[in-house]
Design a protein around this ligand. Structure first.
Ligand code: SF4
Length: 303
């Protein structure tokens, strides 16, 4: 059996940056708090937790200030402006590891919102990144998950702009864009009144996710079976797993190595391993070693 790790898998640069900022602090200054989980991967959370990184929520900030905490890390997903304000009021310094791609999205949303646009965001309402973006426009943006939701909730007689959470899938974004464009166009054509409607769409899906899709599909097709390892809370993990499974139906999702089932891989000649942009390389290497070990001791039947 040949076991190959997808050469394009591993942390995206935004996550590498966040982990580096956290580790530099932990190594030089000692324990640190982070708002939310630093990354959507339980094993990496544990590794950093062992070095002194503790997850807290915004609701904990008052208590932390009372206990004398001076600094808190903001992860790659970013935070709404209210978090920065609260930290400032409490005298807690923010170490800002927001991914620059997310910061750019927030800036774009702010610009259109300030100009009076109805902001539509293709994303998951309660995802941390979306909570940050919602905060930028006083929670007045319309978050939609598919075309149906967009058609139900968007007001077509308003100036409208469509953006995307950075880790959503491009085909659905394009469907939503097309549906909204059509509807706004119909309104302009049919109307006998002067309705000041206008529609803009900006694809703000991160290239680290969309750029990987074609390469991942090609890799998955070249394998007899695929094991995709990622945190279940990872948004891009879900997107990339779907890409992988569409390219190779013999794809299996696990969050922890212990979930690996031997019968998935019996008699397979080529087994591929891939993961989300938050799956660390060391975890994929451990998975590779585990599969090789099980083949060696006969738990997995080699081809
Ligand atoms: S997937 Fe893109 S937006 Fe998200 S953290 Fe990575 S680089 Fe940043």
């Amino acid at each position: 059996m040949t076991i190959t790790i997808d050469s394009n898998a591993g942390f995206c640069w935004g996550v590498v940056r966040t982990v580096e900022i956290a580790e530099q602090y932990l190594d030089s200054e000692g324990p640190l708090y982070v708002l939310g989980h630093v990354i959507h991967n339980p094993d990496e959370i544990k590794r950093l937790g062992d070095k002194g990184l503790t997850s807290v929520s915004v609701a904990d900030l008052d208590r932390l200030a009372e206990e004398g905490a001076q600094k808190v890390l903001v992860r790659a997903h970013g935070e709404p402006p209210s978090t920065y304000k609260k930290a400032l009021e409490l005298g807690i310094e923010i170490i800002d590891a927001t991914c620059p791609v997310v910061t750019k999205l927030q800036e774009r949303v702010r610009k259109f919102y300030d100009q009076g646009y109805q902001v539509v965001l293709f994303g998951k309402k309660d995802h941390a990144e979306v909570i940050g973006v919602r905060g930028v426009c006083r929670d007045e943006c319309i978050v939609v998950h598919d075309v149906e939701e967009a058609l139900q909730n968007v007001h077509f007689d308003k100036l409208t702009v469509l953006f995307s959470q950075t880790t959503m899938d491009r085909p659905t974004f394009l469907q939503i864009r097309e549906a909204l464009e059509e509807r706004v166009h119909e309104l302009i054509v049919d109307s006998h009144e002067n309705i000041a409607t206008e529609f803009h769409a900006k694809d703000t899906i991160c290239g680290q996710v969309s750029g990987r899709e074609d390469k991942l599909a090609a890799f998955a097709r070249s394998q007899d079976a695929m094991v995709f390892i990622a945190g279940r809370a990872s948004s891009n993990g879900k997107v990339l797993y779907d890409v992988c499974r569409a390219a190779n139906p013999n794809t299996h999702f696990i969050e922890h190595i212990i979930e690996l089932q031997n019968d998935w891989l019996h008699d397979m000649k080529n087994v591929g391993i891939s993961g989300a942009t938050s799956t660390p390389h060391w975890l994929m290497n451990e998975l590779k070693d585990e599969i090789a070990h099980r083949v060696e001791i006969g738990l997995i039947r080699g081809e």
